[in-house]
Every structure is written in C-alpha cells, then in structure tokens.
Design a protein around this ligand. Sequence first.
Ligand code: DHB
Length: 390
Amino acid sequence: IRTQVGIVGGGPAGLMLSHLLSRAGVDSVVVEVRDPETIRNTHRAGILEAATVQMLADSGVDGRVLTEGHEHRGTTLRFDGQNHHVDFQDAVGQSVWLYPQNEVFWDLAQARERDGGQVFWSVSDTAVHDVDSDSPRITFRDAEGQEREIEAGIVVGADGSRSICRGLIPDGVRTDNFIEYPFAWFGILCEAPPSWPELIYTNSPAGFALISQRSDTVQRMYFQCDPDTNPEDWTEEQIWARLQECMQGEDGFRLKEGKIFDKTVLKFRSYVCEPLRYHSLVLVGDAGHTVPPTGAKGLNLAFCDVRVLAPALIGLFNDGDDSQLIEYSAKALERVWKAQNFSYWATNMMHTTEGENPFAQKRRRGELTAITGSENGRAYFAESYTGWQD
Ligand code: DHB
C-alpha cells in the first residue's frame, strides 16, 4: 500500500490527524492493534477544552459533542470540607465540555468510515522501518493474518503511552524526561444521579477525590490510592466509605451512592520525549508525552499536537514546503511543557503523600487558599484548566 502519511495508532490523535489530512486531499492509512469496540469501551477522561470541541464540530467529525456534551462554566475545588467555586467564564470567558473520550473516539472512527478513510483495526506484529530515509515503511499483519506493508512519505507515531515508534528515535538523539508519583487513582463508574452540578476536585486528610459525571444516571468518581492497589480487593462498601470520607465536611455534603459497575486503577506518570520528530517519523499525543490525569489534559494536548502537525503535513504534501514540519517539535513542545507544568502542579496541590511532614499539608492549604481566594488566583487556574488561548 502506498500512501503519503502512515499513521501507527487509531486512537483519537491518529484518527483526528487522518480526518484533517483527508479534508485537505492528503492520503493516509491508519493501523491499530485494538478493535474499535474495545477502544469504545475503555473509559478515559471526560473533559474537553473549547478548542477540542471546536475541532470536532468545525472539521465535520460530528456535532454530537455539542448536543450530548455538557458545557461546564466552572469547577469546584474542595478543601477544609468546604467548596470553593472557580467560575471559568467570569475569570477567563471560557468553558470546558464534559464529553467522554471514548465517545470522541467513536465519533472519529465513524467519521473515518463515513468518509472512506483507510483504517486497519486489530493488526498485529506492527513494525516501522527506515525512518531515517525519505521512504519509511510500516509492516504488519492485518485482522485476517495477512502480511502487509505501507510505504509512506512520513510515518506518524500516534500509538499511545507504550509507543513502539518513539523507540526508533536513537538514544543519542532522544531525551526521555520523566517522573513518577507515589500514588494512583481508583476510578469507578456507578449507577446514580449526579451529586453536584459540576466537577469537584477535593483535597482532604483522607486524600484526593474527584467527583465527575457521565449522564443523569451514570457517574464517574476517583479517589487517590496506592499504585499497587488491585481494584478487586475493594468492596463497594469500602469504596463508598472512602469516597464519603474524602468529601466529608461541616456543610454535611454526601455523595449519592449507587451500584458500581466498573473499577480501574490508573497509574500516574509525567513523560516528555524530546524531540517529537526524527527525519520521517513524527510523534503525536501520548506517544510523545504523558500527563497525570489531574486536570484532564491528555486528550486535549494530543489534539493540540494535531493542530500543529496537520497543517505542517498539508504544507509538505500539497506545496512541497517542509518549513512547518521542521518547526513542529519545538512548537508542539511549548504547549506540552505548559500542560506538563499544570498537570504536575495541580496533582501536587490536590494529593497528599503518606507520612508527609505537616508543613507540606499546611503549605498546600496556603496554596489552595491563594488560588481560590483571589481573582488572579482563580484566573490562573481557569486559564490553565480551560486551555491557554495561543
Ligand atoms: C475526568 C477525568 C479527569 O482526569 C479530570 O481531571 C476530570 C474529569 C472524568 O473522567 O470525567
């Protein structure tokens, strides 16, 4: 198979890139190890920046995000057992949308099928070759077990946090920047009505919790846990007791409980690969960088990469102009490091570490009061959370 852009990975980043390229008449082929139903049923974050929503709606993927997504004009930070509201509209004139990432994926997969995009699902033995030449190749076995080869002008690694593509940037060229965290999130989905009209991020003596939503009848919640936690070791009663403990306060707040039907533990890490391009190989999304989930930047950041990369590839293939592609890595990394900082900062501001010095907890409280207690503090949080307008 000959194409202009070979894309490894059919998650939101790979599919969005393929969609935008096709609208400009640039050919691409996507290969993905999983089948679409598996990806559709993998629950991930649910907050979209306005620019992400705009990309889905304006580029003709689907307007479902506007009718089924929920605009959130603010969020609540809770500490000392009290709610502190941050109004994004007041602070920076922006909103975010609650629309689950697996639905973003589904809309994109449907749009690619509708528009005749070439996507090979359920592939195996994927390998990428000759990325230091002008004719890189992707070899793989398709869903029927047949060996296939894609010859491309550019290969894009959109293959997630366990990317095989990024390993092709030689050690002497690639810098892996990463840190780990001493905690993880225990995530649940439950059948219950919403407990609050917006998201609540809470810091409490029992640790961090996030109260999010999915619909009028399904809620998404998380609480801080040890990274080695096995979700099966926790009963429904224990989970509700911990969540209620994190939310406890003088205001008498109680979560509305219901049957828990999904339990997962999410590991945390912050990672940035530098550079994001090596000759004919380009990385986008989690393949190039991973953030901890606090602040829900992952998918939004992947779409930021795509907003820089799509015009660069269109310039290369339609006009023979490689100038934007040459600038891709530096330009995308500007935003990546801003989001890395925010995700790291918000994570440390909201979580507690076991056995920490009381100084740490009191300092954190000072930080939370500084952020929520002044217009400038709220504006800083709101600007970062809703996504910098650059
Ligand atoms: C959700 C996840 C996040 O990491 C976040 O910061 C906000 C919301 C969610 O799953 O709804």
